[in-house]
Design a protein around this ligand. Structure first.
Ligand SMILES: Nc1ncnc2c1ncn2[C@@H]1O[C@H](COP(=O)(O)OP(=O)(O)OP(=O)(O)O)[C@@H](O)[C@H]1O
Ligand SMILES: [Mg+2]
Length: 331
């Protein structure tokens, strides 16, 4: 349920605490389950990094938030409104920048923005002014009379960002906006996002590059195989990711694998327990050496036939990789 501010003005509905709120979302394409039981909580005014490896379900989630496709199950709310029941209102409040977008290449840069302004029924004089402001913001003023076709990929990305701001949305959904941008353009993107934050916008930005996101985000959500596996402030998520280590246990048979998964799932120090093939189990381990020794004794006394037991690397990158690479191991 959307939470409300404590002291709303009488008669005026309180703004929801979360600009985006998803509970139990599922979306399948035929037999491929792209998103399963996903939850997501994006605080109002945050820059939320949505990170996960290829195929994890980021674009599927973002397209659902943009009302371009319906969830099969679950609740999906943007600015407190349900994407199924209030799709039109959600669309007015959301600016969506797709990962790949066609541009009308015969148009000039300013005609392109003007076209989107017209499609949002913005009056002509305001449109002209807005076009100038937006081109300034994304540093494309010099290119205003050039054909869109002549822009580099990074410039097209910036134009795409300007386009999704035309109707002054409260929530921005940016799917891999930094891809194709050079390091300087990425720094500029960060600056633009900061400016937009000052205007009290909420920004969801997807990427599969954690360090890049951690520099520009206040919050992070990590998606793996269609499920949110870690979510919160950047510090909290990075803290959580770095405090653990990867525990890998090798066993003799598929039966041992199943027994080990059950054992680890019952252990509060283990998270993200996954069978990696039928003779290996991986988990994120947050305990110390004493508890680890006790876990080994417990496994042996349960009768699991072990062939290997140990923790692996725990640098930020290692831990991030260990979490995301498990997406390839789908149940
Ligand atoms: N239109 C579609 N039809 C069938 N399957 C799809 C479709 N779109 C996505 N999928 C599948 O759904 C899963 C999630 O895909 P999605 O594009 O949401 O992932 P992603 O996290 O955005 O990945 P990437 O980092 O590569 O952009 C993948 O297994 C993908 O193959
Ligand atoms: Mg994608």
């Amino acid at each position: 349920m959307a939470q409300t501010l404590e002291n709303p003005v009488e008669g005026v509905p309180a703004a929801p605490e979360y600009a985006i709120e998803i509970e139990g979302m599922r979306k399948a394409y035929g037999r491929t389950v792209a998103v399963r039981n996903l939850s997501m909580h994006v605080p109002r005014g945050s820059v939320y990094g949505f990170v996960g490896p290829n195929g994890a379900g980021k674009t599927t989630t973002i397209r659902t938030l943009a009302t371009l496709q319906k969830p099969d199950a679950g609740t999906v709310r943007v600015a407190g409104m349900d994407v199924r029941k209030n799709a039109g209102d959600v669309r007015d409040r959301v600016g969506y920048m797709p990962d790949f977008f066609g541009v009308y290449e015969s148009l000039t840069v300013s005609e392109y923005l003007d076209f989107y302004g017209a499609s949002h029924r913005i009056p002509v004089p305001r449109r002209r002014q807005l076009c100038g402001e937006l081109l300034e913001l994304v540093d494309l003023t010099d290119k205003r009379s050039e054909s869109v076709e002549a822009l580099s990929r990074g410039m097209k990305q910036r134009l795409g960002l300007a386009r999704c701001l035309v109707h002054d949305p409260d929530v921005l959904l940016l799917d891999e906006p930094a891809s194709g941008m050079d390091p300087r353009a990425r720094i500029e993107l960060r600056e633009i996002l900061r400016e937009l934050c000052k205007l009290d916008k909420t920004i969801l930005i997807s990427s599969h590059i954690l360090p890049e996101l951690s520099e520009m985000c206040t919050h992070i959500g990590v998606i793996r195989a269609g499920e949110m596996i870690a979510e919160g402030s950047v510090d909290a998520v990075i803290g959580a990711l770095t405090s653990g280590a990867r525990l890998r246990i090798r066993v003799l048979s598929a039966q041992d694998t199943a027994a080990m998964v059950t054992l680890l799932e019952a252990d509060p120090l283990c998270e993200n327990v996954v069978a990696d093939g039928d003779r290996s189990v991986i988990a994120l381990y947050r305990g110390g050496d004493d508890e680890l020794a006790a876990l080994l004794v417990q496994a042996v006394s349960t009768g699991v036939q072990l062939t290997g037991f140990g923790v692996e690397g725990n640098t930020l990158e290692d831990v991030f990789l260990q979490i995301t690479e498990l997406s390839e191991v789908r149940e």
